[in-house]
Design a protein around this ligand. Structure first.
Ligand code: AMP
Ligand code: GLY
Length: 417
């Protein structure tokens, strides 16, 4: 497993349940992951280091969690060296790593999405803003850890966002191009699907909570909580998303010579029954994975292997009838500046207590003391027979956990209830 967040902990936790797994490594992992896998200090973007490790240890399957190594071409490198890897090639991963590429693909494949324009120069961008009504959305083209999107309520805010990206280089290279996009008012839903180049199999739909504040206010974050299945995603809507979004996207990538193997993530805004794509990701979502994987009944190794070996068509993937809620506990100040190294206490000894699981995101060991090491620190997931019960259990489970400056939203899953 490559990566170190809550998503990777959920993946490791699920993989560890497979009778087919004999040994699990995670690079670089975190304190929680180290309880289920051997963590090795290789950075997720150290491609040569990861390749050498996989060869030395004769790793049978490498699963890539985050987007950065995919965008750098880890899947291409591993395939060239005959190493099995779960994740798309660099070219296919452009569906996430370049919003401009994704927009072009959507237009070509007639996938519903917000109307938009792409700019590299500041004055035409500012001029374009003058002609638009508010709110409007300004996005950095490249990877920005979920933080490169500004929903601007006023022309001032929109201009400031453009200047931040194109003039002040707030997102470095990722912000050298900006996308200015029509604001769509609707309900958001995440649908992830396994794709092996030709067969596409959806997972349960989830809903993320991207804003830092309760009632969906304040800055965008990497995700403050999630639940699944999302009642908004009726079978009919899931079918529509598959037909209007997933298949055309997969087909469009194949058509440009970049077939997609891995998890395709569609973040959509549903308005009048139409799923408008806000973003594609080329990987499992975080924190959606922390609610979707606990509901997967099929052995995850079987699923990942079927993708890698292009025989997804032969596999039937089963899901539990239960519901899951994940509440993220973050460091105060996140998504801005925050402190690290603060002691964490009150996590139950065993990872699993009743129906809840504590997934670690930004944690580390300082001697034998568990400490914070990131903005998002923990994600507490509860699985129960319905969403209301899962929500109650998730909040009960996190009540004993303590660290200085801890913050969490108290309204995760309220939208569905
Ligand atoms: P993204 O990273 O592109 O998914 O954007 C982050 C968040 O910004 C989304 O989850 C939405 O809440 C919001 N957002 C992005 N694009 C739009 C849009 N066109 N209309 C309304 N909200 C948007
Ligand atoms: N939950 C948003 C993401 O994984 O990008």
């Amino acid at each position: 497993m490559i990566g170190s967040g809550g998503r990777e902990h959920a993946l490791v936790w699920k993989l560890a349940q497979s009778p087919r797994v004999t040994k699990l490594f995670c690079a670089p992992g975190n304190a929680g992951i180290s309880q289920q896998a051997t963590c090795v200090p290789i950075a997720a973007d150290d491609l040569p280091g990861l390749q050498k490790f996989a060869e030395d240890e004769q790793v049978d399957l490498t699963v890539v969690g985050p987007e950065a190594p995919l965008a750098l071409g880890i899947a291409d490198l591993f395939r060239r060296h005959k190493l099995k890897v779960f994740g798309p090639t660099k070219n296919a991963a452009r569906i996430e790593s370049s919003k401009a590429f994704a927009k072009d693909l959507m237009i070509r494949q007639r996938i519903p999405t917000a109307e938009s324009r792409t700019f590299e120069q500041i004055s035409p961008a500012l001029e374009y803003l003058e002609s638009r009504s508010m709110p409007i959305v300004v996005k950095a083209d490249g990877l920005a850890q979920g933080k490169g999107v500004v929903v601007a309520q006023t022309h001032e805010e929109a201009k400031d966002a453009v200047k931040n990206m194109l003039e002040r280089h707030a997102f470095g290279e990722a912000g050298q191009r900006v996308i200015i996009e029509e604001y769509i008012q609707g309900e958001e839903v995440t649908l992830m699907a396994f794709a092996d180049g030709k067969t596409v199999v959806p997972m349960l739909a989830a809903q993320d909570h991207k804003r830092i504040g309760e009632g969906d206010t304040g800055l965008n974050t990497g995700g403050m909580g999630a639940y699944a299945p999302a009642p908004l995603a009726t079978p009919a809507l899931r079918y529509t998303i598959m037909r209007e979004v997933m298949y055309p996207a997969i087909e469009g990538l194949s058509r440009v010579g970049s077939p997609f193997f891995g998890v395709l993530y569609a973040g959509v805004m549903v308005k009048d029954g139409i799923p408008y794509v806000l973003e594609f990701n080329a990987r499992f979502g975080d924190p959606e994975t922390q609610v979707v994987l606990p509901l997967l009944k099929t052995d995850l190794v079987d699923v990942l292997e079927a993708v890698v070996e292009h025989r997804l068509e032969q596999l039937s993937i089963e899901w539990s009838e239960d519901s899951a809620v994940c509440v993220v506990m973050s460091s105060s100040g996140y998504p801005g500046k925050y402190s690290t190294g603060l002691p964490i206490s009150g996590i139950p000894d065993s990872l699993v207590t009743g129906g809840s699981t504590v997934f670690h995101a930004g944690t580390a060991w300082k001697g034998d003391q568990l400490v914070t090491s990131g903005g998002r620190v923990l994600g507490v997931t509860a699985v129960s027979m319905n969403l209301a019960q899962a929500q109650r259990e998730a909040y009960e489970a996190l009540a004993s956990i303590r660290f200085d400056g801890q913050y969490f939203r108290r309204d995760i899953a309220n939208r569905a209830l």
